[in-house]
Design a protein around this ligand. Sequence first.
Ligand SMILES: [Zn+2]
Length: 49
Amino acid sequence: MSSVTPRAVPFYCPFCGEQELRPGDPSGWRCEVCERLFELQLVAIGGEA
Ligand SMILES: [Zn+2]
C-alpha cells in the first residue's frame, strides 16, 4: 500500500546507466555523464481507454 512509484524521473541513461539526465530537446534527453542525446518513449502503463 505504501509502495512509492517514482514516475517523475524513471529514466536512466541507456548508454552508461547513470541518472544524470537533463532535458535537451523537447523530445530528447541529454546525459551529463557520457554526453549522449537520446529520446525516451513513455509507455502508457495499464493501457489507455
Ligand atoms: Zn550516459
